[in-house]
Design a protein. Sequence first.
Length: 111
Amino acid sequence: MAPLLHQRCFNHSLREAAARCPECGRFFCRECVTEHDDRVVCAACLRQLVQPRLTQRSGFVAVVRTAQTLAGVLMVWLFFYLLGQMLVSLPDSFHEGTLWKGSWLDEGESR
């Protein structure tokens, strides 16, 4: 391979190369390269580096998400069901308000 001094820009054949892109290995002039993450890369490779990776989700992920949602709804329903059962099991005096009419201090002194 010829040294950088004898190389020409990949995009502009009349200009001498100033850098070599570490991603694609081509030589470029000063106008065709830019610094990204402390290294000099060409515009095409920079687009690929910056572009977010799109991943396709498998059907398994959708099934797991649906199962997690159903489990969460079931847990919330179970919580409120048990809370309701606890409130139903309270004595009638608590619901009627007669529990709070007497003072608990008075009951303690009469013993």
